[in-house]
Design a protein around this ligand. Structure first.
Ligand code: RAT
Ligand code: ZN
Length: 417
């Protein structure tokens, strides 16, 4: 057995830093793909620079008409982002800083500010080799994808058999069903499921057949949806009925959680396309509590987009063991907010939380999202364990390793069961 070292106040900071920096992460929500999905897996510097977080920033810095921006080829969009946000100003925002962290960790001399050299070097890589390089650099052991059975590019890949890369796990994303029932019921009919606009018995059983078929194909870890701040439960809308009659029974039958990401208002500015979604008001934690109370045999993974919801959501998680909260989602993925939320969650829930997911859309981003988070987690844990030492508690390095594993994915795995 490995020798356990008792931690002192003097050795605490370096020990925590070492453990947090080296513990591999299970990233529970991303938009990355197994390389078998070909062009769906985005990687490289032009993708990094045209990440939708940066598109929103460049379209504030440059007066180009939105449509003209979208007509540019991707490399020219990236050039504009580079010029306006990295050359003409200091890249100080979190999304800009992320690009620099990635390039630096990949071995580029960022002081040179030489975008052409980065492009040239990255041309030598294949996606398969780059996955290994990035996963190793970021110390990520697994990433959960977001898999949409309605997606025209994704669907055919799932329909043929392919060798799965074990580092990528699936999540069955059902926004099309829950958020766009009227528009998408006809598509389900085209796919061969005999559904009606009204959620009657036949329709409910056909939706369940669809979910069962896709669960068999994907072997997802959970079913997921992203919801608006108006999400209410219980609710007589098609969304509310489909959740009760289809999604929750399906999740119970297959023993998987239902993940709810609540709070986005889609297309606040449609001219920005993917960058045009916003957070305009808080959501209802009551809806989450109602779900957990009414369906104790279901498991719920929940993250909320509005800062205002975070405290109530922590308290809800104290009341319901079938609720696991995760991540600092999207507009909350800023160091100041991550630190505030991580402290509050650990103070409220101890280790029974997954404080972060990356939401990466571009493979390289695993590097910065986890690098930046690890620095924050190190700070928070140094304080929290330090307080315990002050109060006379004894700690060993093995105990800290055990705890950090839980926070970086182990608790999620335990919750899955
Ligand atoms: O964080 C993001 O990249 C968003 O665009 C969304 O994809 C969000 O995370 C979601 O999963 O709906
Ligand atoms: Zn996402």
């Amino acid at each position: 057995m490995k020798k356990q070292t008792v931690i002192t106040k003097g050795t605490l900071p370096a020990t925590i830093r070492r453990i947090v920096e080296t513990t591999p992460v299970y990233d529970i929500h991303t938009h990355l793909y197994d390389p078998a999905f070909g062009p769906l897996l985005l990687w490289g510097v032009d993708e990094l620079l045209t990440y939708h977080y940066l598109v929103a920033e460049v379209l504030r810095a440059d007066a180009i008409p939105y449509d003209d921006f979208w007509k540019l080829p991707k490399t020219q969009q990236a050039d504009l982002v580079w010029q306006r946000l990295f050359i003409e100003k200091t890249p100080i925002s979190e999304a800009c800083r992320g690009v620099i962290t990635c390039l630096n960790a990949l071995g580029f001399d960022v002081k040179k500010r030489d975008l052409a050299a980065v492009r040239k070097e990255l041309k030598r890589w294949t996606p398969e080799r780059f996955v290994t390089r990035v996963f190793d650099t970021a110390r990520v052991r697994r990433a959960v994808m977001t898999n949409n059975p309605f997606d025209a590019l994704e669907q055919p890949v799932w329909k043929k058999t392919f060798a799965r890369d074990e580092r990528f796990r699936a999540a069955l994303r059902i926004d099309e069903i829950l958020m766009g029932w009227q528009a998408n019921a006809p598509k389900l009919r085209e796919f061969g499921y005999d559904v009606q606009a009204e959620i009657n018995d036949k329709t409910a059983s056909e939706v369940r057949r669809f979910l069962a078929d896709w669960t068999k194909r994907m072997n997802p870890l959970y079913c997921a949806v992203s919801l608006t701040p108006d999400f209410a439960f219980p609710d007589n809308s098609s969304c509310g009925q489909l959740i009760e009659r289809c999604i929750l029974p399906h999740c119970r039958e297959h023993g998987i959680p239902f993940a709810l990401m609540i709070g986005v208002t889609r297309q606040v500015n449609p001219a920005l396309r993917l960058a045009g979604d916003g957070v305009v008001k808080p959501s209802s934690v009551e809806a989450v509590a109602n779900l957990c109370a009414k369906y104790p045999d279901n498991k719920f993974l929940v993250t909320m987009l509005s800062r205002e919801n975070q405290h109530s959501l922590c308290i809800a998680a104290r009341k319901f063991r079938n609720l696991h909260i995760f991540g600092c989602w999207w507009f909350l993925n800023n160091p100041s907010l991550i630190e505030e939320m991580t402290r509050m969650r650990i103070e409220t829930l101890g280790l029974s939380v997954t404080p972060q997911h990356s939401d990466c859309r571009i493979l390289d981003q695993l590097i910065y999202k986890w690098d930046h988070f690890r620095k924050i987690l190190t700070r928070v844990l140094t304080d929290k364990y330090g307080d315990l030492l002050t109060a006379g508690w004894k700690l060993t390095d093995a105990e800290i390793e055990r705890d950090v594993k839980l926070l970086l994915g182990g608790e999620f795995e335990r919750f899955l069961g």
